[in-house]
Design a protein around this ligand. Structure first.
Ligand code: GLU
Length: 430
């Protein structure tokens, strides 16, 4: 059967079961493509990444030695517009992971209606072991290595795991030096001084909480009476925790890469932030008990926000999760087997390509403001973001009910339909 051949085009047999991330992304794609009745030609095109660049590059370290790092930049699809997506610095970065993240960016941009395709980048490095000047050297050389792929009309990088506005500034400066003039629109998530947008650094967490608010309203959940657990306390998780607490939820547990903390009566998030600023981790905060990241996911709560890494909610723990609402601020935290278990248990899961789309949405706002050289107010940014998250929730919810599928498949159905439309109408070159 042609469909069978197309199902796993360039991943090892059985890789999805072992949570090879690109295999997971391809599996999710085919589940939604089945619902859509997508033809084999489009499956063959959309289940592959269009461009994959791997670079090995030297960086001079503070002690004078030279280390060689490996990085990637991938474009999954550029049918709807320039590729868009962040780049991460993490010791576990692989090409398969970057490909999955690039594919998810295509669907993410499509599901909230942004005029972009999907891209992603990453360098295999633990940045916590590097000094600031080493990170600057690494960023500048990585930018130079991928410079042929990026540009304001080609591919616009942004922050992701362990990358931040300062790193975006170095990327922007390096790219601009190569071009010979300043190109602020080559990157989003920049510092405000360089043309960053107000509200961008909070956007992923804020968009996620807008999504939760709308979902809770639709299911008659009173947020004031809820308890929330947040896994991850970085760009997305720390903001989501603060904003859901502002809405009246009791945040009972948070974590970072070193572990979590739990207090069933609620955490004082300002004090937790101060503790983390002082010690480098939330772990050891006095007014709570320490828990592992595995224990954290199954703590008693109503709302769970995975805001850390991939493959956290799996077949092994999905049955033990007590939350009835899960909002994926991270990319890829849930495996396809876990999706099914949660759906069968009646848990409402807001999938990553929708729940964390606030980040790329405000990146889009930043790009538009940059191209027009016309900054918006914080209120304009927040209200336009709210509007997009609310409308997207209802569109996905309606599709989920129409096809009797979970929200991830529904979001993918909408996204794939849109991107397939570009391919069909544009036609195949030459
Ligand atoms: N890294 C973020 C994501 O995964 C933001 C991407 C962007 O703003 O381009 O959605």
């Amino acid at each position: 059967m042609a469909t069978q051949i197309a199902r796993t085009p360039d991943v090892e047999h059985g890789a999805a079961q072992h949570h090879d991330l690109f295999a997971v992304a391809v599996e999710q794609f085919h589940i939604a493509a089945d619902v859509l009745g997508l033809d084999d030609d489009l499956r063959r095109i959309l289940s592959r990444c269009q461009r994959e660049l791997t670079v090995n590059f030297p960086v001079e370290m503070d002690d004078g030695s030279v280390q060689v790092f490996t990085g990637h930049r991938v474009h999954h699809n550029i049918g709807p517009g320039p590729a868009k997506g962040g780049f991460r610095y993490h010791q576990d970065v692989t090409l398969s992971e970057v490909k999955a993240l690039a594919m998810w960016m295509t669907w993410k941009c499509a599901v909230v209606g942004l005029p972009y395709g999907g891209g992603k980048g990453g360098v295999t490095v633990n940045p916590k072991l590097l000094s600031s000047s080493e990170i600057q050297n690494l960023t500048r050389r990585y930018t130079a290595e991928i410079a042929a792929m990026i540009g304001p009309n080609k591919d616009i990088p942004a922050p992701d795991v362990n990358t931040n506005p300062q790193i975006m500034a170095w990327l922007m400066d390096t790219y601009s030096m190569i071009q010979g003039y300043s190109v602020p629109a080559v990157v989003t998530g920049k510092p405000l001084e360089l043309g960053g947008s107000v509200g961008r650094s909070e956007a992923t967490g804020r968009g996620c909480v807008f999504a939760i608010e709308e979902a809770a309203k639709s299911r008659n959940i009173d947020i004031n009476k809820t308890k929330t657990v947040v896994q991850g306390f970085g760009n997305a998780g720390s903001v989501a925790a603060r904003l859901i607490a502002d809405l009246g939820s009791t945040v009972v547990a948070v974590s970072d890469s070193r572990g979590g903390i739990y207090n069933e009566n609620g955490l004082d998030l300002r004090a937790v932030e101060a503790h983390k600023a002082r010690t480098g981790s939330v772990v050891g905060y006095a007014e709570a008990q320490d828990v592992t990241n595995e224990q954290l996911l199954v703590l008693p709560c109503d709302i769970l926000i995975p805001a850390a890494m991939e493959n956290q909610i799996t077949q092994a723990n999905a049955g033990k999760i007590s939350a009835r609402l899960i909002a994926e601020a991270a990319n890829g935290p849930t495996t396809p087997e876990a999706d099914k278990i949660l759906y069968d248990r009646g848990v409402l899961l807001l999938p990553d390509i929708f729940a964390n789309a606030g980040g790329v949405t405000v990146s889009y706002f930043e790009w538009v403001q940059g191209l027009q050289a016309f900054p918006w107010t914080e209120e304009q940014v927040t209200e336009r973001l709210r509007d997009i998250m609310q409308k997207s929730f209802h569109a996905i919810d309606t599709t989920a009910k129409h096809h009797s599928v979970h929200m991830r498949t529904a979001a993918l159905v909408r996204a794939i339909e849109r991107v397939a439309g570009f391919t069909k109408i544009r036609g195949i070159f030459p």
